[in-house]
Design a protein around this ligand. Sequence first.
Ligand code: B12
Length: 213
Amino acid sequence: MQANDHEAMFRAVVDGDVARARALAMELAEAHGDLLAAVEQGFAAGIRRVGELWEEGEYFLPELVQGAEAMKAAMELLRPALKANRGGAPARAGVVIGTVRGDLHDIGKGLVATLLAAHGFEVHDLGSDVPLDAFVTRARETGSRIVAASALLTTTMTAQRDLVRAVDAAGLPSRPRVLVGGAPTSEAWAAEIGATHAENALSAVKVAEAMVR
Ligand code: B12
């Protein structure tokens, strides 16, 4: 396999083939390729395609879950290689991350958290359906510089606005900035609420590095 055989990784996730995803991840970890690009354009592209197939009514919940399992299996194996590959982030730059209240979608958020950790950020993952005060409390406890919030629903993305306000109002000594993402969000939305936006997990790493630089 080529280190950049993104198509095979994409397929493994779309087919929900956990064993194949693991095998590809192991080969990738040993090869000297661009790990981040492979993750984003291979495995992550696969899970996005699974999402589309689900929306189109081609896939049902079991296929969706199976695709997510293949994705998770690959990411677990890649974590050490991604860590060894770490660059950019200043030591101990903390990121508190979670999916906002009322929203249970956590696959994309998990991907962002994994890649940030792999790049040397100290990641505090609060999970999904996270209340505003939990983000603020953890940011206070950890002195984190970034508070990152995922929202996948148009009805829950407004919580990102509330989060920016809550973080500002808390006046934390680490003066964290809010990073937002998730399918319904955009640069324009982030600008409107006073946050920073990143489109996907790969760009989240670059944007987060710029935020703490
Ligand atoms: C999987 C899925 C589910 C799973 C979630 C499982 C899980 N543990 O996450 C289940 C089945 C539980 C689910 C439930 C629901 N879902 Co749903 N779901 C999806 C689906 C198919 C895929 C989402 C996904 O995981 N994508 C793959 C990941 C890798 O991509 P991603 O999440 O976009 O993340 C990337 C970027 O957005 C970004 N990113 C994400 N978060 C963050 C955070 C930061 C800080 C940054 C910088 C970047 C970033 O980086 C990620 C990686 O590149 C989407 C369709 C879609 N196309 O998005 C619908 C979708 C999001 N769901 C939808 C709906 C309506 C629902 C339900 C309300 C359905 C229902 N009637 O019950 C419930 C809501 C439950 C709740 N309260 O949250 C709608 C939302 C419509 C809208 N605009 O509001 C969508 C768009 C489907 C549709 N077209 O109707 N869902």
